[in-house]
Design a protein around this ligand. Structure first.
Ligand code: SAH
Length: 245
């Protein structure tokens, strides 16, 4: 099944861009995923095909019109989820990416200027998504990042079959640090355990570093991970109790 991506944008020439090379590019060529773009300007209003207007209430910049966005969104309406790129949205997570990658595809709306007329989100089924607490000049680079994350999970795209499940965030933790040759570089060596050949010890070291680094670098992820872990542990206890009855 082909994962179908549709991008609604004022700059269709930005696609596939970086997704036309390497693994994603090859997968596109092989038909693992498909790409089409919708030019928002095609739904513009009047002689000048206007897509934006000044913000109600005043202030700098321009806002994408709800009527233009509505017509563009209606032109792609199908069973695929529609995501709008906006710093006001829910920060995208690897869990959501995985869900999207398992589905039929996605439509992504890229904002420009000051963003979208809010009424589009009231009137249509659209998921507002953010790439994180940064401000981009347009939604296109966010859409490329989200698509990239989906595509690499599609069956057959990545070489090693399980390299998708052992990475950062897949179990709510950061990945352990990685090393490769040379064994010594500028006087620094690779941790001894990784050279021991003892797979159990290596697995234990990696788990420890994943937990420790997550705790230190990302207390937010760590708290959530602990919560999930404790909950499933108490769930297991309850089940055991039920078993005894
Ligand atoms: N005035 C807006 C920013 C607009 S930036 C605000 O302060 O919220 C212009 C466009 O870039 C947005 O409409 C959106 O599509 C995109 N964009 C900017 N930052 C983004 C982010 N962190 N995540 C996703 N899209 C973003």
């Amino acid at each position: 099944m082909t994962f179908a991506a549709t991008i609604l944008t004022l700059y269709p020439e930005m696609f596939p861009g970086p997704l036309g090379v390497s693994l994603a590019g090859r997968a596109l060529g092989e038909g693992t995923w498909s790409l089409d773009t919708v030019q928002l300007r095609d739904f513009g209003i009047g002689k000048h095909a206007n897509v934006d207007d000044t913000p109600a209430g005043g202030g700098a910049g321009m806002v994408l019109r709800a009527d233009v966005l509505g017509a563009a969104v209606d032109s792609v309406a199908d069973e695929r989820p529609i995501l709008a790129m906006t710093p006001r949205g829910t920060p995208i997570t690897q869990a959501r990416i995985r869900e999207l990658a398992m589905g039929p595809g996605v439509s992504l709306i890229c904002g420009r200027f000051e963003g979208f007329d809010e009424r589009i989100f009231e009137a249509r089924q659209i998921e507002e998504v953010s790439l994180g607490d940064i401000v981009l000049s347009g939604g296109e680079t966010a859409a490329l990042a989200i698509l990239d994350a989906c595509i690499r999970l599609l069956p057959g795209v990545m070489g090693a079959a399980n390299s998708g499940v052992e990475e950062s965030f897949e179990d709510g933790l950061l990945e352990h640090p990685q090393f490769t040759r040379p064994q010594e570089w500028e006087g620094r060596t690779i941790p001894q355990v990784l050279r021991s050949g003892d797979h159990a010890k290596i697995a234990a070291w990696r788990k420890h570093r994943a937990e420790e680094d997550t705790r230190l670098r990302r207390p937010d992820l760590w708290e959530r991970h602990k919560g999930v872990r404790d909950q499933s542990a108490s769930g297991a206890r309850h089940e055991n109790k039920d078993d005894r009855q």
